[in-house]
Design a binder for this molecule. Structure first.
Ligand code: MN3
Length: 199
């Protein structure tokens, strides 16, 4: 059985970039809902007892895909944000971003543009692939672990662009939410996920 992961900080600690009410509903209602529905969907199937990564890279029905994706994506999302976030990546990841995208600023522009232009609900990703770092987006709760998405690999940074992630504070202004997001990115965690993938 999967359990709703605890948020690693208080609901109000990402203010003024992500408001308390949004964080509370997003975690205690949306993420909790995905978790409960994932458990119900895998119960009694051959996927019961497997890790979430194994589940998402296998053949799934739509209930497992949507709720398993929702479970995994939000767990990553909470961890790659921090009240002490923002700034620039350092170390190996910073070098790789500069090598791949020319500069951190150009990387931010491309990621922000990808997040802004994802039509409807979905996610923007920085993905560690067998061919290096790539930026992608996916609809719904899909993610780069799934075997049939356009860019496959391990997501190391993800941004939720469902309206439930920003509507209370930003209404239809998704680009403002994306701009605010860079102030809370926990680069230490993103770096760790990148470095773990290089081992
Ligand atoms: Mn969400």
């Amino acid at each position: 059985m999967f359990e709703l992961p605890k948020l690693p900080y208080a609901y109000d600690s990402l203010e003024s970039y992500v408001d308390e009410r949004t964080m509370e509903i997003h975690h205690s209602k949306h993420h909790a809902g995905y978790t409960n529905k994932l458990n119900a969907a895998i119960e009694g199937t051959e996927l019961e007892g497997k890790s979430i990564e194994e589940i998402l890279s296998s053949k799934m029905n739509s209930a497992i895909r949507n709720n398993g994706g929702g479970f995994y994506n939000h767990d990553l999302f909470w961890k790659i944000m921090s009240p002490n976030g923002g700034g620039n990546p350092t170390g190996e990841l910073a070098d790789k971003i500069n090598e791949t995208f020319e500069s951190f600023e150009k990387f931010k522009q491309e990621f922000s543009n990808t997040a802004a232009t994802q039509f409807g609900s979905g996610w923007a990703w920085l993905v560690n692939t067998s061919e290096g770092l790539k930026i992608s987006s996916t609809p719904n709760q899909d993610n780069p672990l799934m075997s049939d998405v356009s860019v496959q690999g391990t997501p190391i940074l993800g941004l939720d662009v469902w309206e439930h992630a920003y509507y209370l504070s930003y209404q239809n202004k998704r680009p403002d939410y994306i701009t605010a997001f860079w102030n809370v990115v926990n680069w230490k965690e993103v770096e760790k996920r990148y470095e773990d993938g290089q081992k």
